[in-house]
Design a protein around this ligand. Structure first.
Ligand code: SF4
Length: 715
C-alpha cells in the first residue's frame, strides 16, 4: 500500500482552463488550454508563464497544436479492410477489435508468439508505454516489441549507461545552462527543433559564457554561437578525439578528478593521442586553429557542458561518438559537479519516459533489463505471473521492421502499431513500406490516417494529447502531468481502452485498466527499486511541484522524497561509483562517398513540422510555413551542377531516389546536401537513408549516407 499521497485525477471542470503540455517535442512546454468555441478544436492556447521549463514561451507548433483536435482532420470511426474491394471501410468497434484480436491470436496460434510484433512510439505517455510492454509480454507472449524512440536517442542512452551507469537525457535542469561557463552543442539545432530552449543558450552568452556549435550546417542556432565548427557529417567522433588530444597536449586534464572519480583514462588518453590536430583537420575539414580555439574556450571556465542531439547519435558509431564527447567532459573534470556535465537533448515528447517503462526490446519497467533475473522476478511479481513466462529481449526497431512479413521461421507476420509512422520515419523507408505490405496482418492505432495506417487491415481511431491524462518525462528527467482538457470525439477510444479491449478478447479480463491513474499506480510499484524509480511520484505531487525529477523512490518513513534534479554529484551510478571513460577510436561512416555517389546526405527537421508530420501536416498554418521537402545545397555545388534555386532535384542513394526543389544556401558544406524528413511521397528523405546500425544501441545511421544529385528533368 502506498504511503505517499495517493493518486488523484487533476481537476477537470467543464468549461474551465486546464494546465497541460504540448503534444510534440521533449521540452514538453507547459501550456494552458482555454475553452474557445470559435477555435477549430474547441480550445485555444494561453500562456502558462509559471511553468519553469518554457516560462510561457511556445513555438509555432505548440501554438497551433489545438488545431489537431479539430474533428474534420481525424479518424472518428474504426476502419477495416474489406476483403472484396480491398478498401478500408468503416466498422463498429466490436467488429474492429474482434478482427484485431483474431489477427494477432491467429498468427500466434499458427506461427508462434514471436511471429506477432508490437511497435510503439516515443510520444506515448508513460502509462501507455508501460501498458503496451505488459500487453506484448503477457497477453501476446512475444519478445518482438520495440519503438521509434530507438531512432531518436538510443546511442546517447547507451553511452550514458556505459559511462555513468544511468541514462537520463540531462543530469541537471535546463536552468543550470545559463550559469555554466561554456556549452559545446553537438548536432543540435534548438532554434528550429525546440525554440523555447534557445533562451537558455542566449542567457548563457548574456552571462558571459560561450557557446560552441558543432554542425555541418550553419543553422539559426549556429549563427548565434561564439564559434561554429562545421565537420563533415559522420566525423564528430574524430572531432571530439581531436579536442581531447589538445586538452592533454596543453596540460588541461583535471588529474585530481580523473584519479578520484573515473576509470579507464589511460586507454581513452591513448585513443585521443592518436588523433593529432592535423589528422583531425584532414578527417573533419575543421581547420586546426578552430580546433585550438574550441579547446581553449571549453577549458577556460571552471564549469562547462557538452550537449548532444541527433547529429552525433544517429550514426552507426553513435555510441562511440557520444562516448568521445563524454570523455572530453570527464578528462576536464566537467561531470559529477554542479553546473558541469554531459547531457542529451532528447527529441520526442516522451523519448525519455518511453525508454524507461518497457516498450524497448530489452527492458522492463523502471529501466530494468529483461536479462536480469532479479528484474524479471520483481516485475513478474507486480504483474502476478511466473517470471519464467516473460519472454527475453527482442529485436531492435529497424531489425523488427526488416523482419516483417518474412516467410521464415523467425519472421514477424502480424504487427500492432501505436504512435508511429515508420513509412515516413524509418530508414530505407521504401523497404520498410514493402515489409509492412508483406504482413499477414497489420493493426494501427492512430489519430489520423497516416501513411502507415493506410496499409493496415484495421485502423483504430484513438484519442490524443489533450483528450486523455497521462505522464510524460521530459528531456530533464522531469515527470510531468499532461492533463485531459476535453473529451475525445465520439467514436474515438484511448489507447488504454484499446489495450483493455484487446486483452479481454485474448483472455486477460484483468490487468489492463483504462484509467491512467490506475496504470500509473502500478507503474510506480513496477519501477520501485529500479534505476528509473518513480515510486515516490504521484499525480498530485507532479501537479503541485511543476513536475518531479526521477529517481524519486518511496521513502521508508513515508516522507516525500524530493526527487533528483541533479545526478552524480556524489557518485556515478556505476557499481564502484566511478565514471568510465570510453575506449574509442575514429572510424569512417558505414557509407563513404565514391565516384558513383560523391556527396554526403544529412537529414533533419524544420521549424514548422514535427517528426513524420502525421500531426503537423494536418495544420494549415504549419503547412503554409513549411509546405514540403527541399534539398539544401551550397552555391558552389549548385554552380557545378548547373542548378537554379527551386529547380527540381533528384537525390539518389543506393536505396532509392527522392525528388525535391533546390534550396541554395551558403549555410551548408559544399560536399553535403540536407533534406528534412517530414514528408512522404517522392520527396521522402528516408527513402535514401542508410539502416546501418550502431553495434551497441542499434541506432540506424540517419545522419550520413553517400548520394549523388541530379537535375530531375523528367520528374
Ligand atoms: Fe511544443 Fe517543443 Fe514547440 Fe515546446 S518547443 S511548443 S514542446 S514543439
Amino acid at each position: 500500500m502506498s504511503r505517499t499521497t495517493p493518486h488523484a485525477h487533476p481537476t477537470e471542470e467543464a468549461g474551465s482552463a486546464v494546465d497541460t503540455h504540448c503534444p510534440y517535442c521533449a521540452l514538453q512546454c507547459g501550456m494552458r488550454l482555454v475553452p474557445d468555441p470559435g477555435a477549430a478544436g474547441g480550445v485555444g492556447v494561453a500562456e502558462r508563464a509559471a511553468f519553469p521549463v518554457n516560462r510561457g514561451a511556445l513555438c509555432g507548433k505548440g501554438r497551433a497544436a489545438p488545431e489537431t483536435l479539430a474533428r474534420g482532420l481525424r479518424l472518428t470511426e474504426p476502419l477495416v479492410r474489406d476483403p472484396g474491394s480491398g478498401a478500408l471501410v468503416p466498422a463498429d468497434w466490436e467488429t474492429a477489435l474482434a478482427r484485431v484480436a483474431e489477427g494477432l491470436a491467429g498468427t500466434r496460434r499458427d506461427h508462434g508468439a514471436d511471429a506477432v510484433g508490437v511497435f510503439g512510439g516515443g510520444g506515448l505517455t508513460n502509462e501507455k508505454a508501460y501498458a503496451l510492454g505488459k500487453f506484448a509480454r503477457l497477453v501476446l507472449g512475444t519478445s518482438q516489441i520495440d519503438y521509434n524512440g530507438r531512432f531518436c536517442m538510443s546511442s546517447a542512452a547507451a553511452a550514458g549507461n556505459l559511462a555513468f551507469g544511468l541514462d537520463r537525457g540531462l543530469p541537471f535542469p535546463l536552468a543550470d545552462i545559463p550559469r555554466t561557463g561554456c556549452v559545446i552543442l553537438v548536432g543540435s539545432n534548438p532554434a528550429d527543433t525546440m525554440p523555447p530552449a534557445l533562451r537558455y543558450l542566449t542567457e548563457l552568452r548574456a552571462n558571459g559564457g560561450t557557446l560552441i556549435v558543432v554542425d555541418p550546417r550553419r543553422t539559426r542556432t549556429a549563427e548565434q554561437a561564439d564559434l561554429h565548427l562545421a565537420p563533415r557529417p559522420g566525423t564528430d567522433l574524430a572531432l571530439a578525439l581531436g579536442l581531447l588530444h589538445l586538452v592533454v597536449a596543453e596540460g588541461r586534464v583535471d588529474e585530481e578528478f580523473v584519479a578520484a572519480r573515473t576509470t579507464g583514462w589511460e586507454e581513452a588518453r591513448a585513443g585521443a593521442m592518436a588523433h593529432w590536430p592535423e589528422l583531425v583537420e584532414r578527417v573533419t575539414g575543421v581547420p586546426v586553429p578552430r580546433l585550438r580555439e574550441a579547446a581553449r574556450l571549453f577549458c577556460a571556465p571552471r564549469e562547462a557542458m557538452v550537449l548532444t542531439a541527433r547529429g552525433p547519435e544517429q550514426q552507426a558509431k553513435g555510441t562511440d561518438t557520444v562516448g568521445a564527447w563524454i570523455n572530453l567532459c570527464l578528462a576536464t573534470g566537467r561531470a559529477g559537479r554542479p553546473l558541469s556535465g554531459y547531457g542529451c537533448l532528447t527529441g520526442q515528447g516522451n523519448g525519455q519516459g518511453g525508454r524507461e517503462h518497457g516498450q524497448k526490446a530489452d527492458q522492463l519497467p523502471g529501466y530494468r533489463m529483461l536479462t536480469d533475473p532479479a528484474a524479471r522476478e520483481h516485475v513478474a511479481g507486480v504483474w502476478g505471473v511466473d517470471p519464467a513466462t516473460l519472454p527475453g529481449p527482442g529485436r531492435s526497431a529497424y531489425e523488427l521492421l526488416d523482419a516483417l512479413g518474412r516467410d521464415t521461421p523467425d519472421g514477424v507476420r502480424a504487427l500492432l502499431l501505436l504512435g508511429s509512422n515508420p513509412v515516413v520515419s524509418a530508414p530505407r523507408a521504401a523497404h520498410v513500406e514493402e515489409r509492412l505490405r508483406a504482413l499477414d496482418f497489420l493493426a494501427v492505432c492512430d489519430v489520423v490516417l497516416s501513411e502507415s495506417a493506410r496499409l493496415a487491415d484495421v485502423v483504430l481511431p484513438v484519442a490524443q494529447w489533450a483528450e486523455e491524462t497521462g505522464t510524460m518525462t521530459n528531456l530533464e528527467g522531469r515527470v510531468l502531468l499532461r492533463r485531459r482538457a476535453l473529451a475525445p470525439p465520439p467514436g474515438c477510444r484511448t489507447d488504454l481502452e484499446v489495450l483493455n479491449g484487446l486483452a479481454a478478447r485474448l483472455g486477460w479480463e484483468k490487468g489492463f485498466p483504462t484509467d491512467p491513474a490506475e496504470v500509473f499506480e502500478e507503474l510506480r510499484r513496477a519501477s520501485a527499486g529500479g534505476k528509473a524509480d518513480y515510486s515516490g511520484i504521484t499525480y498530485r505531487r507532479i501537479a503541485e511541484e511543476d513536475g518531479v525529477f526521477w529517481p524519486c523512490p518511496e521513502t521508508p518513513d513515508g516522507a516525500p522524497h524530493p526527487g533528483t534534479p541533479r545526478l552524480f554529484l556524489d557518485r556515478f551510478a556505476t557499481p564502484d561509483g566511478r565514471a568510465r571513460f570510453a575506449p574509442v577510436l575514429h572510424r569512417a561512416a558505414a557509407e563513404e562517398p565514391d565516384a558513383e555517389y560523391p556527396l554526403l546526405l544529412t537529414t533533419g527537421r524544420v521549424l514548422a513540422q514535427y517528426q513524420s508530420g502525421a500531426q503537423t501536416r494536418q495544420v494549415a498554418r504549419l503547412n503554409e510555413a513549411a509546405p514540403g521537402p527541399f534539398v539544401q545545397l551550397h552555391p558552389r555545388l549548385a554552380g557545378r551542377l548547373g542548378v537554379a534555386e527551386g529547380e527540381r532535384l533528384a537525390v539518389v542513394s543506393r536505396r532509392g531516389r527522392a525528388v525535391a526543389p533546390a534550396r541554395i544556401s551558403a549555410g551548408i558544406r559544399p560536399d553535403t546536401v540536407f533534406m528534412p524528413f517530414h514528408w512522404p511521397g517522392e520527396g521522402r528523405a528516408n527513402t535514401l537513408t542508410n539502416p546501418a546500425l550502431d553495434p551497441t544501441s542499434r541506432m540506424p545511421e540517419f545522419k550520413v549516407c553517400a548520394v549523388r544529385v541530379e537535375r530531375a528533368v523528367n520528374g
